[in-house]
Design a protein around this ligand. Structure first.
Ligand code: SF4
Length: 173
């Protein structure tokens, strides 16, 4: 039996190489799609459906969280005009990590991590800082071991939708 881990997944493409690496390293991943930051809801569902393709490929379970975008907007209030990679984004990571910690506790899964670290547009150190005090958080840097390049290749092979903006309405511009 591997180590059970709840994996916060932001989208299908980022899940590809991250899941492969976790399986190679002997983890037993349970996928958690918790992304209230994504706007609009159609986009949230589109990214979820893409994740299902990846999950089916590995025969893994996916748990979908509710889409509480209003709650997320309240959480980042005052930071709407921050540039991407700034304070709004750190707070956004925190929101999703807190939800994942809560879900891991509910399911008695001892560990959790996030695929957010695969993106070359996001600093893993910032994500780790947002999770370091949370119970069970595993600071896995999915960018390492060529994670980003592999995710691009695998997403192409699986014919996955690749979004052109990070997620929230403030990342459109
Ligand atoms: S740009 Fe991306 S990381 Fe930053 S707040 Fe928006 S959705 Fe979150």
């Amino acid at each position: 039996m591997g180590k059970r881990i709840l994996v916060h997944v932001c989208c299908g493409p980022c899940a590809t190489s991250s899941i492969e690496r976790l399986l190679e390293e002997g983890y037993e991943p349970v996928l958690f799609f918790s992304n209230s930051n994504i706007f609009p809801n159609e986009e949230f569902l589109k990214r979820y459906e893409n994740l299902l393709i990846v999950a089916q490929h590995h025969n893994l379970e996916v748990i979908i969280d509710s889409w509480d975008h209003d709650q997320w907007l309240e959480w980042i209030q005052g930071l709407e005009n921050e540039p991407e990679h700034g304070a709004r984004c750190s707070r956004c990571f925190r929101f999703n990590l807190l939800r994942t910690e809560k879900k891991a506790k509910e399911l008695s899964i001892p560990l959790f991590c996030t695929t957010l670290t695969v993106s070359r547009f996001k600093k893993s150190a910032t994500i780790f800082a947002m999770g370091e005090d949370l119970e069970g958080f595993e600071p896995i840097d999915f960018k390492k071991k060529d994670g980003f390049t592999k995710s691009v290749k695998l997403a192409k092979e699986m014919n996955l939708y690749r979004q052109e903006y990070c997620g929230c309405e403030f990342s459109w511009r």
